[in-house]
Design a protein around this ligand. Structure first.
Ligand SMILES: [Zn+2]
Length: 260
C-alpha cells in the first residue's frame, strides 16, 4: 500500500512538474552577436546604459536580445525601425535590470502606433491615455505605445517622463495580480506599509499643488507608482534631491545599490 501510494505520488508530482515546465516560455538562447547598430543606439540615446560598467553593459545587451526574442513588436500604420526595437526593449529592461531572471511572461506583443492612438483603446484618464497602455481582457498580452512618445522620451534628456517605462512599470506592478501601486512581487513585505503611507502623503502634496511630480500621479496609487518610477529612472539625482524618502524606498523596491 505504501509502495502504491509512493508510486501514485511520484506520478502526480511528475505530471505537475511537466505541466509547469510546459507553461514556461522557451528560453531564448542568444547565439548571434549584439548588432553594432543596436549598440550605437544604446550608446547615444540611453543614459541608463551609458552609466553601466562593461560587464553590466554586456548583461544589458543580452537582456535586450532576450526580450526581443520573446516579444513581438508590430507597427500599426507605421514601420518599426531598429531604433524602436532597441528603445522598447531598453524601457522593458531598465526597471527590472536588478532582477536577473525576470521575464515579462504575460507580454506577447507590443503594438506601435505612430502617435496618439484610437479612442477605443483609451483606458487611462486624461491626456496620458492616448500615449501608452497595458491591455486588459482580449488585449491582456498586449502593450500599446506611441512611436512618437517613445522616441521623444529618449531625446529629451531633462524630462521626468517616459511613457514606455511607465507602461512596463504597470506590468511589473501587475505581476502579483493587481495593478495597485504595490509591486508585492518584487518588494520586501516590510516596505509595503511605509510605501503606502508615503504614496498617500505624496499624492496629497500633488493635490495641494505642492509637488513637482507629474499631477497624473495623483490619479490613484497605481499611476503614482508608474509616474514616480519614470522620475526615478529618468532623473534619479533630481528625485533624490527633492524627495529623499521617496528615492530611498524606490531604491529598495528596485534593488538598486546606493550610489549606482
Ligand atoms: Zn498609467
Amino acid at each position: 500500500m505504501d509502495v502504491l501510494l509512493a508510486v501514485i505520488l511520484i506520478i502526480a508530482l511528475a505530471g505537475l512538474i511537466f505541466s509547469f515546465l510546459g507553461k514556461q516560455r522557451k528560453k531564448v538562447i542568444i547565439t548571434i552577436p549584439f548588432p553594432e547598430t543596436y549598440r550605437d543606439i544604446l550608446t547615444k540615446q540611453v543614459p541608463f546604459y551609458q552609466q553601466l560598467d562593461e560587464n553590466n553593459k554586456n548583461e544589458f545587451e543580452k537582456r535586450i536580445q532576450q526580450f526581443l526574442g520573446q516579444v513581438r513588436i508590430t507597427g500599426v500604420k507605421t514601420t518599426v525601425e531598429d531604433l524602436d526595437n532597441v528603445l522598447i526593449a531598453a524601457s522593458a529592461i531598465i526597471p527590472i535590470f536588478n532582477f536577473p531572471g525576470w521575464e515579462y511572461i504575460h507580454l506577447h506583443e507590443v503594438l506601435l502606433y505612430p502617435d496618439s492612438f484610437d479612442h477605443e483603446f483609451q483606458q487611462e484618464g486624461g491626456n496620458r491615455s492616448v500615449l501608452g497602455m497595458v491591455g486588459n481582457g482580449a488585449l491582456n498580452h498586449v502593450m500599446i505605445l506611441s512611436q512618437h512618445q517613445l522616441r521623444q522620451a529618449f531625446i529629451n534628456k531633462t524630462g521626468k517622463d517616459n511613457t514606455a517605462i511607465h507602461e512596463f512599470i504597470h506590468l511589473v506592478d501587475k505581476t502579483d495580480g493587481d495593478i495597485d501601486g504595490i509591486p508585492a512581487f518584487i518588494m520586501e513585505r516590510k516596505y509595503i506599509q511605509p510605501w503606502l503611507q508615503l504614496m498617500q502623503h505624496e499624492i496629497k502634496l500633488i493635490n495641494e499643488d505642492r509637488s513637482d511630480i507629474n499631477p497624473y500621479g495623483a490619479t490613484n496609487e497605481a499611476e503614482f507608482f508608474a509616474v514616480v518610477s519614470e522620475y526615478f529612472f529618468e532623473r534619479p539625482k533630481l528625485l533624490k534631491e527633492k524627495h529623499p524618502a521617496l528615492y530611498e524606498l524606490l531604491e529598495k523596491i528596485f534593488c538598486k545599490q546606493p550610489g549606482d
